[in-house]
Design a protein around this ligand. Structure first.
Ligand code: CP
Length: 311
């Protein structure tokens, strides 16, 4: 575990934007230790024995929700789970009233996923508990970016100098923004690739390269992070059909094998097999998709542990 003197510069984890390079490195180094812990026969440590955490999810989740729950259990925290679909939100209760009711039950930290950008920031200004953003609309998904950086570092030894292409529906992706910010802070070069309609117009202002040709992006990169087409956030048609999208931007084994070099394939999940990635690529030895999921638990343990040290 890290030295008690090593602290994050923030009380909450609202976005990668707010983290310093030291914060990110401290989280990744701490996660390295927790990865050892969760691979031991006894996977549990007492670090958060006196902490109660509420996981409040206003949007569906598989990986993030399970991963936070497991991280909290491995750290011996007490947890309560809240899903908006089965709560009084459906009766008209506001976000602040819902969370204040949860906090009245003496909760110390709130892990929240919400469909609106900035929901975590809003909450952090109105309640005393520490907030962890588990994804806010198309804005940020900081723990996903941290676990992605951890996975790249695990694969290559360091993130600095690596070329990472983020490919697909960048426009609707919170993973893309958090990854861009995190990778750049750690010294990687970042490219975004996709159809013009799915790349935000001013994304170049973030200092990323922009490419619309999949093959060129793949030839440039060391790591390809394939994003899902987020049909649920698309209010208009951004491309003619999924079939055409897949033909232009889907990663298949034939393209991968034609590169003449070995790149690493990542995906934050959930995967749409046959759309942005074929099964033979997702399940290939070049894919580290399940390593990302495993690393997510260690990274979230590190985040919760370090935030608890701020109290
Ligand atoms: N990567 C990710 O956020 O997946 P879930 O939506 O299943 O949590």
């Amino acid at each position: 575990m890290p030295d008690q003197a090593q602290k994050l510069s923030t009380r909450h984890l609202l976005g990668i934007k707010d983290l310093t390079v030291n914060d990110i490195e401290l989280i990744l180094d701490t996660a390295r230790n927790f990865k050892d812990v969760i691979n031991r026969p006894i996977k549990k440590v007492p670090s958060l024995r006196d902490i109660t955490i509420a996981n409040i999810f206003f949007e569906n989740s598989t990986r993030t929700k399970l991963s936070f729950e497991l991280a909290e259990k491995r750290l011996s925290a007490d947890i309560v789970n809240f899903a908006a679909s089965s709560s009084s939100v459906s009766k008209g209760e506001t976000l602040i009233d819902t969370v204040n009711n949860i906090l009245a039950m003496k909760v110390d930290m709130v892990v929240m996923r919400h469909p609106y950008a900035g929901a975590g920031v809003f909450l952090s200004k109105h309640i005393k508990a520490q907030i962890v953003n588990a994804g806010d609309g198309a804005h940020e998904h900081p723990t996903q970016a941290l676990l992605d950086a951890f996975s790249i570092r695990e694969k290559y030894g360091e993130v600095a100098g690596k070329k990472v292409a983020i490919i697909g529906d960048v426009l609707h992706s919170r993973v893309a923004l958090s990854n861009i910010l995190c990778l750049q802070k750690l010294g990687a070069e970042v490219m975004v690739c996709g159809p013009t309609t799915l790349i935000p117009k001013y994304i170049g202002a973030l200092g990323v390269k922009v490419e619309h040709n999949l093959l060129k992006a793949l030839k440039w990169c060391d790591v390809a992070n394939m994003l899902r087409i987020q049909l649920e956030r698309q209010d208009i048609k951004y491309f003619p059909s999924l079939r055409e999208y897949s033909m232009m931007y889907g990663l298949n084994k034939q393209i991968l094998d034609s590169l003449g070099k070995e790149i690493t394939v990542m995906h934050p999940g959930p995967i749409n097999r046959g759309v942005e990635i074929t099964s033979d690529v997702a399940d290939s030895t070049q894919s580290i998709i399940l390593n990302q999921v495993e690393n997510g638990v260690a990274v979230r343990m590190a985040v919760l542990y370090l935030l608890a040290n701020q109290r």
